[in-house]
Every structure is written in structure tokens, then in C-alpha cells.
Design a protein around this ligand. Structure first.
Ligand SMILES: [Mg+2]
Length: 217
């Protein structure tokens, strides 16, 4: 049986590989999620780097129960085409990088949302191959790259995902990027060897340097 990873692997060429997370990297998540919450009488308070305990009713200020958070995120993802917007400069940057590198999206999302997300990304001219999975990202990236002697980079906003890829594929450049500045300020600084980029221009520089030793893409 050909897996989703196998199908994407078949599309890779002998160029460097950039694997990008989607939420908060390619697509804004928190900004659109705040607007979705407001439409449902709720508000996300930037009190700590987590959703649980920080989503409150606008009229009473009472936090919603922890078990209500997951269904809310599911509802948001089911309506993502109505809410989510691209991160600043992502389309132009990936278009430039993809002239000389392969780009793959790796989104931590139940595969049942794959088609909606694909539709949303295609509508934004972000047509790169995508894998939707809730498995740890390190083994997925390792299975995709399979030890090829080609440069590899991974961009994500979640430290756990960056650590997973660093463990499975130690030669991979690990870049932290997060679109939402308010929540980024609350996030613990990722440990080395993760490098932080402020925006897509910064990520472009880091990835270009890793792939082509500073030669611009
Ligand atoms: Mg993310």
C-alpha cells in the first residue's frame, strides 16, 4: 500500500528539501481563531502559551471547560476556509525557494481535514505537496527524506515538533517561526540547535544559507 508519505516522496527531486508546518507557519492560526471565538461569544486571553484555561466567555470571563477546547478546534478546522489567512510573505518566499528546492507541507491535523486544507492552500497559490498526520513529525520527516545526501530544513512553531525532527534527523536545519507575535512573546525560547526566525524573510535567509551557503534563492 502506498502511504501518504510515500505518495509525497515520489514527487521529490534531487534538490534540497524544505518541510514546513502549516498552522502559525504557512497559515495564520491564532489571529483567525480569535475571530472565530469572538463570533461564538468567546475570547482567548494571552496569559500563557496554551489554549486550555485561556479561552473565556466574553460576557462573564469564565474559562470554558478543558474538554470543550478540542471540539472548538475541530469546529474551527471544519470552517477553516472561512477564517484562515496566509502568513505574511509566505507565498512569495516559498515561490522563490521552490525554484531551487522541494517544498512539502507537514500539518499536524487529522487526515479527515486533508481535503479542506488542500482546497484552502490551493486557493492561496500554495500548491506544494502536503501530509496531514497526527503522528510525531520526526519519524515522518525521516521517512520522507530517507537519508538522502541532500540538505534538509524544517520550520515549525511548536518546540515539541522541532525536537522530534532534530532527534530523528540530526542533520536537519531546525527553524522556529510563529506568525502570532502576542503568543510568541509568551513562548519559552526553543533550545539549540533550533534557530528562531522573526518572519518569512528571516526564515528565507536561514534556509538559503543552509541549502546554498548564503547564495540567495
Ligand atoms: Mg503549527
Amino acid at each position: 500500500m502506498v502511504t501518504a508519505i510515500g505518495m509525497v516522496r515520489e514527487q521529490l527531486t534531487d534538490r534540497p528539501l524544505l518541510v514546513c508546518d502549516v498552522d502559525e507557519v504557512v497559515l495564520e492560526f491564532l489571529g483567525p481563531f480569535r475571530r472565530f471565538l469572538a463570533a461564538n461569544g468567546l475570547k482567548l486571553l494571552p496569559r500563557s502559551f496554551r489554549l486550555h484555561g485561556n479561552i473565556v466567555a466574553i460576557d462573564t470571563g469564565t474559562p470554558i471547560a478543558d474538554e470543550a477546547v478540542h471540539p472548538l478546534i475541530e469546529m474551527f478546522f471544519a470552517e477553516q476556509c472561512d477564517w484562515q489567512t496566509p502568513a505574511c510573505d509566505v507565498a512569495t518566499t516559498l515561490a522563490m525557494l521552490s525554484e531551487k528546492a522541494d517544498v512539502v507541507f507537514l500539518t499536524a491535523m487529522p487526515p479527515r481535514h486533508h481535503d479542506l486544507r488542500r482546497t484552502l492552500l490551493n486557493g492561496l497559490d500554495l500548491t506544494f505537496p502536503m501530509i496531514a498526520t497526527e503522528e510525531p513529525k520526526g519519524p515522518v520527516v525521516a521517512d520522507l527524506h530517507r537519508g538522502r545526501d541532500l540538505p534538509l530544513a524544517f520550520i515549525d512553531d511548536i518546540a515539541r515538533n522541532l525536537a522530534s525532527v532534530g532527534e530523528s534527523v540530526p542533520q536537519c536545519l531546525l527553524v522556529h517561526l510563529m506568525a502570532d507575535r502576542e503568543f510568541r512573546a509568551l513562548m519559552p525560547v526553543p533550545d539549540a540547535p533550533v534557530i528562531c526566525a522573526d518572519d518569512w524573510a528571516g526564515a528565507h535567509r536561514l534556509v538559503s544559507k543552509h541549502f546554498w551557503a548564503g547564495e540567495p534563492a
